[in-house]
Design a protein around this ligand. Structure first.
Ligand SMILES: *Cc1c(COP(=O)(O)O)cnc(C)c1O
Length: 224
């Protein structure tokens, strides 16, 4: 862990300074961009050095993995904020509401119903990003663009705090047009939060208005 620590601190400061650098021409304040350190598949030995370097916002893509990993880490660092960034099954809604501070993958009416019920039961409202299937890909999660206005109405009616929109653009394509489209959709619906950008394209995402970037590999190194 001691050997890892300087590497983690250096990677964190690189990513932070890259964000600050692109904020300038975009006339944005770096504090308006939340860096979510995506720690999926990584254990405490990789996560603790980042916590030591000052990182407090983390993202996981599976409820079960997060349940196994984070309660202990959080007991030692109560100011940690945990984001669920991966697809969520309706039958895991209660666990997700209990564990996470934000959910980025609200994308369909059945999940909306399950989350609303779980939030009522827990007496805790967890802000959610609505994930948009921005590239209209059959195999991907996300609300279809044509269904977005109706779905957002349902989210608002269910009294789920709406954090904004989230997307994962198609792989192996220039991401910028998809980020721009998500930003336009958010503006059209009066939403400020934009969860977009990963290790390969977070700078582009910040230029185009991302308020939350989800960065794994650039902070932790490659996953197995
Ligand atoms: C894994 C993952 C990321 C981080 O990807 P990197 O390329 O490692 O930065 C971001 N968003 C989601 C939804 C992910 O599943």
């Amino acid at each position: 862990m001691d050997i890892e620590a300087p590497g983690a601190a250096a990677r964190l400061s690189d990513v932070r300074s890259n964000i600050a650098r692109v904020c300038k021409p975009a006339r944005r304040a770096p504090e308006d961009v939340t860096l979510i350190a995506v720690s999926k598949t990584k254990g405490p030995e990789a996560i603790l050095p980042l916590i030591a370097a000052g990182q407090r916002v983390f993202g996981e893509n599976r409820v079960q993995e997060a349940e196994a990993k984070w309660p202990d880490l959080r007991a030692a660092h109560p100011d940690i904020e945990l984001h669920l960034i991966g697809q969520l099954q309706s039958n895991k809604a209660e666990e997700a509401v209990a564990l996470f501070d934000y959910i980025h993958s609200l994308d369909r009416p059945s999940l909306l119903t399950a989350l609303a019920r779980a939030m009522d039961k827990a007496g805790r409202r967890v802000p959610c990003f609505v994930q948009v299937n921005i590239g209209d890909e059959a195999q991907k999660g996300g609300c279809p663009i044509v269904e977005l206005p109706g779905f957002l109405e349902k989210v608002r009616a269910a009294d789920i705090p709406l954090a904004g929109l989230m997307c994962i653009p198609p792989a192996d394509t220039e991401a910028a047009p998809f980020f721009a489209l998500l930003a336009k959709l958010a503006a059209d619906h009066g939403l400020e939060g934009l969860s977009m950008g990963m290790s390969g394209d977070y700078e582009t995402a910040v230029m185009l208005g991302a308020t939350h970037v989800r960065v794994g590999t650039a902070l932790f190194g490659a996953r197995e």
